[in-house]
Design a protein around this ligand. Sequence first.
Ligand code: PHE
Length: 511
Amino acid sequence: MENNRSSWGSNLGFLLAAIGSAVGLGNIWGFPYKMGKSGGFTFLIVYLLLAIFVGMIIMVSELAVGRKTKLSPIDAYQKVSKKFAWIGWLATIAPFLIMSFYTVLGGYCLQYIALNMTKLSFGNDAVAMSGGEIFGAMLTTPLGCVVFTILFIVICMVIVQGGVSGGIEKFNKVGMPALFVMLLIIIVRSLTLPNASEGLKFMFVPGYAVKAGFIESSPNLITVLGTAGGQMFFSLSLAMGAILTYGSYLSKEENLVKNSVIIVASDTLIALMAGIAVIPAAVANGIANGTPVGQIKLSGPNLLFVTLQDVFSNMGKVGPLFGVIFYVLVLIAAISSAISLMETIAAHWIDKDLQKGETDTRQRNVLIVSLLILIEAVVVAADGLGSNFSPASLLGISAPPVFLDCFLDFMDCWSEGIAMPLGAMLMALMIGWEKGPGLVLDEVAHGDPSAGFKAFYRVCVRFVVPIVMAFVLAGQMMDFFGGSQVIWYIVAVALLVIFWVIAASGEKKTE
Ligand code: PHE
């Protein structure tokens, strides 16, 4: 079977694809405002520490399990573990749920590219509405959202049908450098706007977000840990099967530790660059229009689709050109992530067919997966972030908790909120206590890790990762379900203890 399984054309191709998976809406949209809202520099430091002690560890682990088994998540975990075989299901269902809204957001990007192209061709007044009016009109026009979501899914489908090296790798080899250049252009434009420095202060000066009135008070460290942890996992594509699947196509010669460092560093760099591109522009534009600094919208969907559209509309004749460049950049980031999610789901059936001796079933399997994604995505596209209907309105609940606000939040809750932190916690317990760190370290040995890395890995996978993930899980449940923080901490710690005991009982392990 292995001979017929796909593989990357080169290590560089793999790296660009993995960076493509990591760099997505999470970087360009989530990172900048979460950083600002969670106390700027404090958030950045917590984020970096988590990326090194937790993100790196899970990244190496996923790549190792993928490459060792040469299988997609469900079969890979089944092969590796008796007790935790079901993590593979978490890591396949979660990407499926993420795709329900990721494709809708991709569709929004397509619509904003079309909008800015219209303005570019026919003048800014061709669509003389404010960003807020445009966004509102788009959300309450379900047909358009559905059509562009389908278009986005078709683009991803065609790329993934092209194969691992023929489609995914090719797209990223062109897309990632292009994204980088476009981001640089937007950064230069953003930083040369008057008052752009206020935006930089929001991001980098400790306490400034509070002083300027963006937030009432700095969140406590535990809240920052939860927010930064959730953001880091989503942004690095971890515990979603994607990195494991990409690792399963990697050749034995490649150095997994070095590759992980490059992916984590690039993703963080792009997130910071995106912040520097987006926040100063939004703040500068707000100040130019007389909005009190603290009231400039720097969070939620508004940032990308309302505030920034206003920035481009207010830039005069060249504005729409920057608009096109910016939304194309976001589109590339969205596609390169979405194709990794699609590949993760489809790989399961492609592998199954290979095991039965059937080769060349990629086209068919990717088509079926795309159709399934389309069904769920249509619901998310049509509800218009809750403008048209929502889980809460269908259930007749007023004042609902966040996860019932709209179908996007509902899908995000189970995937990013629960499956992701739980999956990462279980994976660390499985490696650290059920199987022993040798499971990963032996595989890493093909790329020759140092003794220092081995010691670092053992401590992190056994203690740091499971404990941090319990905090992240509690933070996510708190955000989505509301209610008492204490209760969610008790739930998360209880889960941690139960699974820790299960993992550590019986059998001998490999160091
Ligand atoms: N990392 C992507 C982003 O930042 C999202 C993603 C999550 C992609 C999980 C693949 C797997 O937007």
